[in-house]
Design a protein around this ligand. Structure first.
Ligand SMILES: Cc1ncc(COP(=O)(O)O)c(C=O)c1O
Ligand SMILES: [Zn+2]
Length: 497
């Protein structure tokens, strides 16, 4: 049994759950563990109840890896294992649903609502505010959090009005520490590795292949934790901002003369070496954090489910995570229906779209260049997970050309966003579904914006200078170059407005 001590970490009180340590307080019967027992006593007037309640909660729940194809057996989440030893399929994190359902939906909602906006470690994070549903047994002092989650659900009032879709929302997952949704998953993975190291596992470094955002997140979380990170990037195929992020955070950056799929093949082999841990989304720990976006969206709508969620897809881990977030809420009775999901792909990198059009028969492709460089992936690792998710969510797949994604991102920017090209893909796909009546005008639609537009400055400049091949740049906007002369400035301003 774990014993508990409380300690001050800066301004926030947190609970340490040291597996083997016994503190003076617990030995004396006055610490949180004693208070936990105390809580069972209806006449108790213990002042330690909040701590005790947390401690009890952490002890009650558990999770482990299991095969997504349903093979028997489970594995500890601290085991270094990415695929089922029996069939080679990916693993997923399985929670003890029975234990979680002992606390009713209303009690979960109350707990999550109380934690949102709290500054108490680690619950300020949108991911760790749902700790029992993510990774209940993580020791709080192992958590590496950069306050991920809790992002704005932007009511796209003017953009929606321009399309005749008044209930359009954009979930700004890029408004995050490293500027993309990857932070949601990386906090979980790096925290587990920190706990593994604490428990004596000889891990020397965490590595990943990346189209630019995973590497940025891995480097930042590893730097915060003091763990070595190594990232494999396709040379010349990530933006300057994405290249600089892991460099600044001190990661070992390898720029390879290949594409993302080539980097992925090499990093999988590298992760077979002793002491090297793999951070790509085939490691389902990441998806446990990413699934909280579904919970957060529903929470932001006061526990109402939108009709549609549109999400850009590359390696297809994020759509699988989105589905598992909704699944968990559904299983635990917090919601009574599922939304429909649309995965949006760039036309130049559309293996899921092709599979969708071909009765879900999948063939890997060689992905071609696209402005949406983070989803330039031809052989997605999570293809089977994603197809299973889309089948459960009455899902569709739509694609967007370079012109469509660029114009959609720019048009939305005119109404107050600052969209990355992947969000452009999702907005363009959403527009197509709306045009053909698949999305109806009265429906509540959420578009997942996956990265911050500031990582893609070059794309924006080329759009506004009319330099993207095949793109009209319908709403291009360039600066007026003027002399240092009041009359000239006045004339120009009054002419223009
Ligand atoms: C900005 C951005 N959008 C979308 C995606 C696609 O997510 P996934 O690979 O999980 O499908 C990625 C990562 O690959 C990304 O970095
Ligand atoms: Zn299996």
């Amino acid at each position: 049994m774990r014993l508990v001590s409380a300690a001050n970490r800066g301004h926030t009180l947190y609970i340490r759950t040291d597996r083997f340590a016994q503190t003076d307080a617990t030995r004396r019967g006055t610490g949180p563990a004693a208070a936990c027992l105390d809580l069972l006593n209806p006449r108790s007037r213990s002042g330690s109840k909040p701590i005790a309640a947390l401690y009890c909660a952490a002890m009650q729940y558990s999770c482990s890896f299991r095969c997504v194809a349903g093979c028997e057996g489970t594995h500890d989440v601290e085991e270094v294992i990415y695929r089922c030893p029996k069939c080679g399929e990916l693993l997923e994190v399985q929670h003890d649903i029975e234990a979680l359902s002992r606390r009713g939906p209303a009690a979960w909602i109350k707990l999550f609502d109380e934690r949102s906006g709290s500054s108490r470690w680690p619950y300020a994070s949108g991911v760790w505010g749902k700790k029992e549903w993510v990774l209940p047994h993580i020791e709080d002092d192992c958590i590496v959090s950069l306050n991920e989650g809790g992002t704005n659900l932007f009511w796209a009032e003017r953009y929606g009005a321009s399309l005749g879709l008044p209930d359009l929302w954009i979930k700004l997952c890029g408004n995050s520490h490293t500027g993309s949704f990857k932070d949601l998953g990386m906090t979980v993975l790096v925290s587990v590795v920190r706990q593994m190291i604490k428990h004596g596992k000889p891990i020397r470094a965490i590595v990943c292949a990346s189209t630019g955002d995973t590497s940025a997140a891995l480097a930042a979380y590893c730097a915060a934790a003091g763990i070595r990170a190594g990232v494999l990037l396709p040379r010349g195929k990530v933006t300057t901002a994405q290249l600089v992020q892991p460099l600044a955070n001190g990661a070992l950056v390898c720029a390879l003369d290949t594409d993302f799929d080539g980097c992925m093949a090499i990093v999988k082999k590298l992760a077979e070496e002793d002491g090297i841990y793999l951070a790509n989304s085939m490691n389902s720990l990441r998806l446990e954090g990413q699934k909280t976006v579904a919970i957060e969206i529903v929470q932001q709508f006061e526990w109402q489910v939108p009709d549609w969620v549109v999400i850009p897809g590359g390696n297809l881990g994020n759509v699988s995570a989105l589905g598992s977030g909704f699944d968990l809420m559904y299983e635990l009775g917090l919601i009574s229906r599922r939304p429909r999901i649309c995965v949006a792909q760039a036309q130049s990198a559309n293996p899921l779209y092709l599979a969708y059009k071909n009765g879900w028969k999948f063939e890997p492709i060689v992905a071609q260049p696209t402005e949406a460089s983070a989803i330039r992936i031809g052989d997605p690792v999570s293809i089977r997970r994603a197809i299973r998710t889309l089948k459960r969510y009455d899902g569709v797949v739509e694609q967007a050309s370079e012109a469509e994604l660029s114009e959609a991102a720019a048009a939305a920017d005119r109404t107050g966003t600052y969209c990355c090209p992947h969000t452009g893909v999702a907005l363009a796909a959403m527009g197509k579904l709306l045009e053909r009546g698949e999305i109806q005008k009265h429906e509540k639609v959420v578009v997942i914006s996956t990265a911050h537009g500031l990582k893609f400055t070059d794309f924006k400049i080329r759009y506004h200078e009319g330099q993207i091949d095949g793109v009209e740049s319908r709403v291009a906007n360039t600066p007026l170059t003027l002399p240092n002369d009041y009359e000239a400035v006045k004339r120009a301003v009054l002419d223009a407005i």
